[in-house]
Ligand binder design. Structure first.
Ligand SMILES: [Zn+2]
Length: 282
């Protein structure tokens, strides 16, 4: 990547900020610095998709949590169950309306899949897009509601949400052996940050379309496209977006997300967002 391309990327990035309702804390020198770092260190051994022109053939659908990792809890809701149901419904929509796309699930039942295994499934399958489906919750707060979408990045400090979503790394006993490069080491950090810097534009577009469709199709509140330090987004070698469908700590939203109707509507909205992204790309 040349210096010119790095600067161009930043200008596209800034345009995207105004197009979508996006909250970011990224400084423009980050991309430039990474490009220079890559040129200096010659870290080019990993393949980056040319995500602007390559056709999307394989999509990885990642239902958050599973098995012993319950995710967050409402009064009745368990995140791992809702994320699985919506992910399977989303897969069914893709299969029915975009039959040329190959779908790979990180899990299709109530099993524990480590973060490193999720990454490995995605990267080994040469996925073109990664979509991770979750629910949110805030302790002792019942009023907060609304869907959010995330791309990787932001500040060095991960938020409470990212720490919670990343928690399963501690349940993952073979983590360091499974990652070809540990994302927490300096070399691993550079490699994985480079992945997501390269795909940031596409990840933002996908996250923006999904959030727009959730708001438009469900007529429910939506929050923002945000950046945060999710490990599962950081380590996938493809554009990646994480969807927080709503807050199970909000009683009304919990009931909606528990209902068959709510789960179907949410799956359809995410599908419509994905479809809009693919149409814009063509
Ligand atoms: Zn989650």
């Amino acid at each position: 990547m040349t210096k010119f391309e790095c600067i161009q990327q930043n200008s596209i990035f800034n345009k995207n900020l105004s197009k979508y309702n996006i909250s970011f804390n990224v400084q423009s020198y980050t991309t430039f610095g990474l490009c220079i770092l890559l040129l200096i260190t010659g870290i080019t051994s990993f393949k980056l998709h040319n995500s602007k022109t390559e056709k999307i053939k394989t999509i990885i659908l990642d239902a958050g949590h599973g098995g012993e990792d319950l995710g967050c809890m409402g009064k009745h809701a368990i995140e791992k169950d809702i994320s699985l149901q919506v992910t399977l419904k989303l897969g069914a929509y893709i299969k029915a309306y975009l039959p040329d796309i190959h779908i790979i699930y990180t899990r299709e039942s109530d099993i524990f899949v480590s973060l490193s295994d999720r990454t490995k499934i995605a990267n080994d399958s040469f996925g073109d897009l990664f979509l991770s489906i979750h629910c949110n919750a805030v302790r002792k707060q019942t009023k907060i509601k609304g869907a959010e979408t995330y791309v990787y990045g932001g500040t060095e400090e991960s938020s409470e949400l990212a720490r919670r979503e990343n928690k399963m790394i501690y349940l993952d006993k073979g983590q360091s052996e499974l990652f070809a490069l540990d994302p927490e080491t300096p070399a691993g950090n550079i490699k994985f940050q480079a992945y997501q810097q390269a795909y940031l534009q596409e990840s933002i577009k996908l996250a923006g379309h999904i959030l727009q469709q959730i708001g438009g199709h469900t007529k429910r509140p939506v929050r923002q496209v945000k950046q945060d330090q999710f490990i599962v987004l950081k380590t996938t070698n493809m554009p990646s977006t994480l969807v927080e469908m709503g807050f199970v700590s909000n009683p009304e939203e919990e009931l909606y997300l528990l209902s068959e109707h709510g789960q179907d509507e949410m799956a359809k909205s995410i599908f419509l967002g994905l479809k809009a992204y693919l149409e814009e790309k063509d």
